[in-house]
Design a protein around this ligand. Structure first.
Ligand code: GUN
Length: 290
């Protein structure tokens, strides 16, 4: 058996097109287009690439991109002052502070300064808490993108066994909450999990978000599993995921490729979340079908 490839790139392009279609409708109702502010501190190479792609995608959707690049030695107080100013700026509907931040800055303090109504990353305690208790709120982009791919492929997820490998606040934990909300039986595995292959073997759905190149082997999988590979690792100039795609493809029913799987979904959801916050801030009903 060769697993079907889950085409995140095509799904993301369609979602971005649906978002772009709504922008003129929003503009007609409010006299302005949605705005997304992206803040980058320092010179991290990967972050620079991400921030550039986010700005480009924002403009391609017809929205305004406000880009703030600050030097590596920016103080926590300066960054918080900027985040608060963006919170007070009516043209800004979404605020994204690219992580990681330089060591002199406490990420938690910066996230706490983000207006929860503009928190398009879903990182504030307010939005993380809403997800945890099952109330409507803003959900982190990468896990929401993974969930959309899963629902598109599998339909109703209720009762399925899902194993999330990785417990980060950006992916693992919110992913587990989303799958629980869909009535999956959810296990969060991590670096201290005993017998990880045995745990993964139970799963109808595997979401790998550990940041270890090709760690999950085909032999660990239940035949017919659906595998979402969140990993992006550079190994000898090549991009590979957290799943060993060669061996996994022989066992799984479907798998996301790296690149071209989860990655493009993250930016598409960011635009979607920005459209959602823009509507909420303008007192308009949430756009449907996104
Ligand atoms: N760094 C890696 N992924 C992300 C993300 O989704 N949002 C932000 N703000 N920083 C990141």
């Amino acid at each position: 058996m060769t697993a079907e490839r889950i085409d995140g790139k095509a799904f993301a392009a369609a979602l971005r097109a649906r978002v772009a279609e709504r922008v003129p409708v929003f503009e007609a109702a409010t006299g302005r287009v949605p705005g997304l502010a992206v803040v980058l501190v320092g010179e991290d190479a990967a972050s620079q690439v991400y921030v550039r792609s986010k700005g480009k995608a924002t403009r391609e959707a017809g929205m305004v991109s406000f880009e703030h690049r600050l030097p590596d030695d920016t103080s926590q107080a300066e960054l918080i002052a900027l985040v608060e100013a963006l919170g007070a700026d009516d043209k800004v509907d979404g605020i994204l502070v690219q992580l990681p931040l330089p060591p002199q800055i406490d990420e938690k303090a910066v996230i706490a300064a983000i207006d929860p109504a503009k928190d398009v990353d879903g990182f504030t305690l307010e939005n993380a808490g809403r997800l945890a208790v099952g109330e409507a709120g803003l959900v982190p982009c990468t896990p929401l993108g993974c969930l959309m791919l899963l629902k598109d492929r599998l339909g109703d997820l209720a009762g399925l066994e899902a194993v999330v490998i990785g417990r980060s606040n950006i992916v693992g934990k919110p992913m587990a909450q989303l799958l629980l909300r869909e009535s999956c039986t959810v296990t969060i595995a991590h670096s201290r999990t005993r017998d990880l292959p045995g745990v993964v073997r139970r799963a109808d759905i595997v979401v790998a978000a550990v940041g270890r190149p090709e760690m999950v082997k085909g032999g660990w999988l239940k035949p017919g599993a659906t595998v979402i590979d969140v990993g992006i690792n550079r190994v000898e100039g090549r991009l590979v995921g957290d799943v060993d795609s060669a061996s996994a493809s022989a066992v799984a029913a479907a798998i996301t490729p790296v690149p071209g799987g989860v990655g493009p979904m993250t930016i598409a959801i960011l635009l979607r979340n920005t459209l959602v916050t823009a509507h909420a801030r303008a007192g308009l009903e949430a756009p449907e079908g996104l």
